[in-house]
Ligand binder design. Structure first.
Ligand code: PMP
Length: 448
């Protein structure tokens, strides 16, 4: 594969942009990332004309793939050509808000913003303003964007900001606990319950491998937050309008949080975020309430059109059946390949999310060993993904160097674009077809 153009572009980028990129993860491909020229259904073509099957899909927003259906294109183009934005309301904001309220169980009212980060930042401020409390509980290995209150590492007893430039005071108010650990959650509530404003969690950890909730975990969090008068916030920036279809992950799990944050798909590929929830809580945002929230670009007509047309297209076509079916084919095919060629790895994911991680360690495995001994894949009574990691620690234990070799080296060389590191997940779009799955499985076979 020639990559002269990408290399030259990266050289230019390095002289004018920190690390040569506008978002950290993009620089992770070594020795340099490929620069994309354009998309084509489920593929991208780079600046040197190389074609890749694309399972990154913009890191999640592109539910429909790179070629947008005509209705979506027309909606975007019309709004852009009429003058992109105004600083005063437009009808399409109301249309998209009504669509979301109709489909997502917990959302009675919604405020649109411009990124997932802005959504979680505003949700945390809202929870603090609403409850009059300071502390938030987050999951270790969870990700809620580049915001001060959630860039915290450690545990509830010993924690610190995970980035330079964040005062320690932020970490004092953030309590990280392991995902799927009811005892740890109970302990932080016993110690800090009176000052906990919210528990903020992704329904499925999508930024640390893919970690699935154990049965009853979200119900437990729902109950304990209610008991202590804290808010339960689902960060559905990744899972929203992907897992569980138009009802989002909360409908799949049958749990109704107080607030939900959105991003990615809800803007149809344009910059977006949103905070939805119970009307009585959302009404605390200014100007209705006293929790300040504002943004020049919020509810941008082009974004609203892209989001609304995308979701309407998904409502009227077989989008979720298609992406979930290909997702299952990928996970199933990968499970067989891993069993044959790399039995120490694990296939994770659900709906249109998938990932291979380089470990089979962790309590998820220990707990199931009795019922599902190694090789139980062949046992039809055994859950297919029996060795799912239970929390971020399990995934972190994996061999990250191997990711670099196998996936940036061999998979990319075979024309398959996978997520840039071991932790981010991979996405199926409506633009992908069965041949993409088959070619990808062949490439995995070769690489593993
Ligand atoms: N929350 C979650 C769960 C995310 O995955 C992300 C980004 N991947 C964010 C928040 C931040 O969103 P953005 O990058 O749009 O700021």
């Amino acid at each position: 594969m020639t990559d002269d153009n990408s290399r030259a572009l990266y050289d230019r980028a390095l002289s004018v942009m920190p690390g040569g990129v506008n978002s950290a993860v993009r620089a992770a491909i070594e020795p340099y990332p490929f620069f994309v020229q354009k998309g084509d259904r489920g593929h991208v073509i780079d600046a040197d004309g190389n074609r890749y099957i694309d399972w990154v899909m913009g890191l999640g927003p592109l539910l429909l793939g790179h070629n947008l259906p005509e209705s979506v294109q027309a909606g975007i183009q019309q709004k852009a050509s009429e003058g992109p934005m105004y600083g005063t309301p437009t009808e399409i904001e109301v249309d998209l808000a009504e669509f979301v309220v109709r489909h997502v169980p917990s959302v009675e009212k919604i405020r649109f913003v411009n990124s997932g980060t802005e959504a979680t930042t505003s949700a945390v401020r809202l929870a603090r303003g609403y409850t009059g409390r300071n502390k938030i509980v987050v999951m270790q290995g969870g990700y809620h964007g580049a915001q001060e209150s959630t860039l915290v590492e450690g545990d509830a007893d010993d924690r610190a900001p995970s980035s330079a430039g964040i005062p320690q005071a932020f970490a004092e108010h953030t309590l990280p606990v392991p995902f799927n650990d009811e005892d740890a959650m109970r302990e932080v509530f016993e110690e800090h319950g009176e000052d906990i404003a919210a528990v903020l969690t992704e329904p499925i950890l999508g930024n640390h491998g893919i970690v699935y909730p154990e049965d009853g975990y979200h119900e437990f969090v729902r109950e304990i937050t209610t008991e202590y008068g804290a808010l339960h916030i689902f960060d559905e920036v990744i899972t929203g309008f992907r897992v569980g279809g138009l009802g989002c992950a909360q409908s799949k799990f049958g749990v109704t949080p107080d607030l939900t944050t959105f991003g990615k798909i809800i803007g149809g590929g344009f910059p977006v975020g949103a905070i939805g929830g119970r009307a009585e809580i959302i009404e605390h945002f200014t100007p209705a309430g006293d929790v300040f929230q504002a943004g020049t670009f919020s509810g941008h007509p082009v974004t609203m059109a892209a989001g609304l047309e995308t979701l309407q297209f998904a409502a009227e076509n077989d989008v979720y059946a298609h992406v979930n079916d290909l997702g299952e084919q990928l996970r199933s095919g990968l499970t067989d390949i891993v069993a044959d060629q790399a039995p120490s790895y694990t296939v994770t994911g659900t709906d249109s999310m998938f990932k291979v991680i380089f470990t089979r360690e962790g309590p998820g495995r220990d707990e199931l060993d009795g019922q599902c001994p190694a090789g139980s894949r062949q046992d039809p009574d055994c859950p297919r993904y029996e060795f799912s990691p239970k929390n971020a620690g399990d995934v972190k234990a994996a061999e990250t160097d191997r990711w670099r070799r196998i996936f940036w080296g061999q998979m990319k060389e075979q024309g398959v674009f996978l997520s840039q590191n071991q932790f981010e997940c991979q996405f199926v779009s409506y633009g992908h077809i069965k041949a993409d799955v088959e070619d990808t499985l062949e490439a995995y076979k070769e690489a593993l």
